[in-house]
Design a binder for this molecule. Sequence first.
Ligand code: ZN
Length: 208
Amino acid sequence: MLIFGLRVCFRTVGHGMFHCQRCGGDRGYRHRVGRRWFHIFYIPVIRLGRTGEHLQCLDCRGRFRTGVLAIPTAAQMEEALPAGTLAAATCMLLAGNPGSRPARRRAVDAIRSAGRPAYDETALDEDLVRSAVSGGDDVAAPLNTLAAQLAVPAREWFLANVVRIGLADGQLSDEQRLAARHVAANLGLTAAHAYGVITRTEEGATAE
Ligand SMILES: [Zn+2]
């Protein structure tokens, strides 16, 4: 008869949504941490180390390492393009004249086509204020998330669209060019690569 030994007790330390690879979709999970105990007659008496930390899918009960949280959910992927477009567009508008009608129209069009069809100038004003208050710190996170999903040609296309917002009311100012480089860097494009895309887009606008 086993009167003492080791046992593991699990407790839930959090909940959330993740992309379950077994279910193949967004599911709820519970985050569980195990602790080893030395037991006598199955009564835990001495607390030992932590072990077996994992996420458990609430649907299929599959267990996963916490690293799977780095995989974006389908909902996050769907949100990444409008969120990234919004961040980059406000960054570009603030670098120039945020009251410029053609630039604002182009920004609103870009955000609408990125997946927010109801977006309008009132929403843009709110977002411009929010972004101005943050001093541009709100640009990096949405663009980093987006960059993880976009292949290089798509990042170039995205950057060119942002540059066209700045070009809507004339040539780029130095600040607008800096804003474009800031967007490019957060998309993971090198400075030389960004320079090429920005210059080509400027030349294209002049040729129109
Ligand atoms: Zn599952």
